[in-house]
Design a protein around this ligand. Structure first.
Ligand SMILES: CC(C)(COP(=O)(O)OP(=O)(O)OC[C@H]1O[C@@H](n2cnc3c(N)ncnc32)[C@H](O)[C@@H]1OP(=O)(O)O)[C@@H](O)C(=O)NCCC(=O)NCCS
Length: 194
């Protein structure tokens, strides 16, 4: 999906800051923090990776993410809590289509930090970055229909529900229906203003 000849972003993603969070490139030293939450089957239930069984799985995950930067793909950010510097989740690009200027964003967060509005804060920052810095036109997210909290994050971040795609993905050995949300550059409150 990502066309290297139409590169929009020079490798490692630039760090984004919000009131409570720093979104920065993944580092191998995130392994311990990542393993602390990625071993939780409740966190991995609705994402395409399996719960990490050992810190080796977390290192493999980080290596794959960092390799994407080297290939020139912005990939995923580490979500870091400003108050204590701990890495508590990831958010990033599942794919970017340079020709159509569209992308899909995916995310996951440590269960200790759910329901505090943190992922909404992170998603808003990545959406803004996608339009303002990467000059994309359309940002998509999708969630399994039995994961309504994720749909709520998309709504709160200003995305619009576009429909259900039946058995769009196969996750943990079963097909899943997904709800698709998107926001366009022209939907943003500041669109067209200098
Ligand atoms: C989904 C996830 C990212 C949400 O992150 P978060 O930081 O808790 O999200 P927020 O606090 O910004 O918003 C969560 C919203 O969902 C709501 N919610 C929580 N559980 C819910 C449920 N079972 N049904 C409906 N809404 C629910 C919360 O009340 C909140 O909405 P509100 O602010 O209107 O009250 C987090 O739970 C997570 O990482 N889950 C595991 C990985 C995952 O599912 N990733 C998404 C794959 S598509």
């Amino acid at each position: 999906m990502f066309d290297m000849s139409l590169l929009l972003c020079p490798g490692r993603p630039e760090t984004l800051r919000t009131e409570r969070l720093t979104l920065r490139p993944l580092k191998m030293s995130d392994a311990q923090d990542l393993f602390a939450y990625a071993q939780d089957p409740e966190v991995s239930r609705h994402v395409l990776w399996k719960a990490h069984r050992s810190i080796a799985d977390s290192r493999r995950f980080l290596r794959a993410g960092i390799r994407q930067y080297r290939r020139g793909f912005p990939g995923s950010y580490a979500i870091v809590l400003n108050e204590n510097g701990r890495m508590i989740g990831t958010i990033g690009y599942m794919w970017i289509n340079s020709e159509f200027r569209s992308c899909e964003i995916g995310y996951s967060l440590s269960r200790d930090h759910w329901n505090r509005g943190l992922m909404t804060e992170a998603l808003q920052a990545v959406i803004r970055h996608s339009f303002d810095t990467l000059s994309l036109n359309r940002v998509e997210c999708q969630h399994e229909v039995d994961n309504p909290a994720s749909g709520r994050v998309m709504q709160k971040a200003g995305m619009r529900f576009e429909g259900i795609m039946r058995q769009r993905i196969r996750n943990k050995n079963k097909y899943s229906d997904v709800a698709v949300y998107a926001v366009l550059q022209s939907d943003m409150p500041t669109a067209g203003k200098e």
